[in-house]
Design a protein around this ligand. Structure first.
Ligand code: MLT
Length: 320
């Protein structure tokens, strides 16, 4: 008996090599599949390795009667219906550490691009203009960065911001205070972080509590001229409300890597605004991070299928 592992997205070849070298594993790695082809391909799969672009929803899980495990090459499992997977006894695992630095560095890049109008300056020069006055920016040194969600990525951003001589404060109701103390970041109530921050960077998961947390009400509690960065999940932001605040200057700028729907629709209210910098969900897209998360995900699947060993489990209720 061999287990069929389907990899219906572009993950690093080293992960495929690891799977192919494992006795008892048969791997199919066709690259990114269209939805219809994916639904056919999962029919006899025992395990899946996916990135954020594959929706492992009720329909897909129902069409995969042999499925035992899904490994997410990345952090967020919001593209996997965890309740449905749990009902079907399918173990879901992720690779939470593998893309921390890449995501933190991209977030930092977005913050610098935002403070110095780098994308707008690039575009204007490419279009033949020499707009030196238009794109005067602000320094990061001496500014306050508020981090909402001080997990692995938030912490990596905090230490980088401290190196830039920023004052870093954070809100995270779930983090043990000692972790924040160890990197000299005060944990404060959300209202205080909003009121004091020149830059706000969001690193929370999407839950009922955090969905749309950037909205007209919360923006009214932020500093006038705040700059907002989101490289976590698009649904943290109410896009229409933020667009309004960017148009009337209450929010000076926003830098975004993520959108409620990806790819976002052509008429997305934030895309193309002059004070918005945006990238197409690139934060974890480095060769370094993609090797790490792919190999970790492949190892998780091999260990679970062949030895029953389960690590980084997102739905522990499946385990005996
Ligand atoms: C993640 O959740 O790990 C990131 O958003 C990157 C990805 O798309 O895999």
């Amino acid at each position: 008996m061999s287990f069929h592992v389907l990899v219906p997205d572009n993950v690093h070849q080293k992960a495929i090599d690891l799977l192919e070298a494992s006795d008892g594993i048969r791997v199919t790695a066709p690259g990114k599949l269209e939805r219809a082809d994916l639904l056919v391909a999962v029919a006899d799969a025992h395990a899946l390795i996916i990135r954020s672009g594959v929706m492992a929803d009720v329909e897909l899980l129902a069409g995969a009667p042999q499925l035992k495990a899904i490994a997410r090459a990345g952090v967020g499992v919001d593209n996997i219906d965890l309740a449905a997977a749990t009902d079907r006894g399918i173990l879901v695992m992720n690779t939470p550490g593998g893309n921390t630095i890449s995501t933190a560095e991209h977030t930092f890049g977005l913050m610098i691009a935002l403070s110095r109008h780098i994308s707008q300056g690039h575009q204007s020069l490419a279009e033949g203009r020499w707009d030196r006055k238009l794109f005067s920016g602000v320094e990061l040194k001496g500014k306050t960065l508020g981090i909402i969600g001080l997990g692995r990525i938030g912490q990596a951003i905090a230490t980088r911001a401290q190196a830039f001589e920023m004052t870093v404060i954070a809100h995270d109701p779930y983090l043990p205070p000692a972790v924040a103390e160890a990197i000299s970041v005060p944990l404060l109530p959300l209202a205080e972080v909003y009121a004091r921050s020149d830059f706000l960077s969001f690193h929370a998961m999407v839950t009922d509590e955090t969905r749309g947390m950037v909205n007209t009400d919360s923006i009214a509690r932020m500093k006038d001229g705040v700059r907002i960065i989101n490289a976590a999940r698009g649904a943290l932001i109410n896009s229409a409300d933020l667009a309004e605040a960017l148009k009337n200057g209450v929010v000076a700028g926003a830098a975004l890597d993520v959108y409620e729907r990806e790819p976002p629709p052509a008429d997305h209210p934030l895309i193309g605004l002059p004070n918005v910098v945006h990238t197409p969900h690139l934060a974890a897209s480095t060769s370094d991070a993609q090797v790490t998360v792919a190999v970790e995900a492949a190892q998780l699947i091999v260990d679970y299928l062949l030895e029953g060993k389960a690590d980084n489990v997102c739905n522990p209720a499946v385990l005996p």
